[in-house]
Design a protein around this ligand. Structure first.
Ligand code: FES
Ligand code: FES
Length: 161
């Protein structure tokens, strides 16, 4: 028999209330129930970081969480970053600095860095490399991603002045 539970969750500011299987992972809930396919699934073991989202403002591996654990929470996915057709500063920096190739790791990179730059507005390169050590990229060699994070931090500081 399928075990289900009713959850209430806000995803990218929109309210969801519905029945989900208790075994449903957060990443499958986002991709298959809400059709938010920007969040990617790589290893499903918490290793690659492709599934990283923010839950109540803190980065989390959506493959290691169940949807029912997000009952009452605010979840933000990569779809929350752009405003309308415009990229946000971090997304634009990825584009400008060639921070992506195939793009599979990119949603997780962006969400990890969104939390990081919120809490560390003026990071050094070593700090950026340290925070990115939990997100695997097979394509870029990381240099473009690091450059993008530092460029975005600079841009965001300038906007705040
Ligand atoms: S898919 Fe979640 S960490 Fe790899
Ligand atoms: S851009 Fe391809 S895995 Fe990172």
């Amino acid at each position: 028999m399928t075990d289900t539970r009713t959850i209430r969750v806000h995803v990218n500011g929109k309210a969801f209330r519905g029945e989900v299987e208790t075994r449903l992972t957060l990443v499958d809930f986002l991709r298959h129930e809400l059709q938010l396919t920007g969040t990617h699934v790589g290893c499903e073991h918490g290793v690659c970081g492709a599934c990283t989202v923010l839950v109540d403002g803190a980065s989390a591996r959506a493959c290691l969480m169940l949807a029912v654990q997000c009952d009452g929470a605010e979840v933000s996915t990569v779809e929350s970053l752009a405003s309308g057709a415009g990229l946000n500063a971090l997304q634009q920096a990825f584009r400008d600095c060639h921070g992506l190739q195939c793009g599979f790791c990119t949603p997780g990179m962006l969400m990890t860095l969104t939390e990081f730059l919120r809490d560390n507005p003026d990071p050094g390169e070593a700090q950026v490399r340290d925070v990115l050590s939990g997100n695997l990229c097979r394509c870029t060699g990381y240099q473009g991603i690091v450059d993008a994070a530092l460029a975005a931090a600079k841009r965001m500081r300038e906007v705040r002045l």
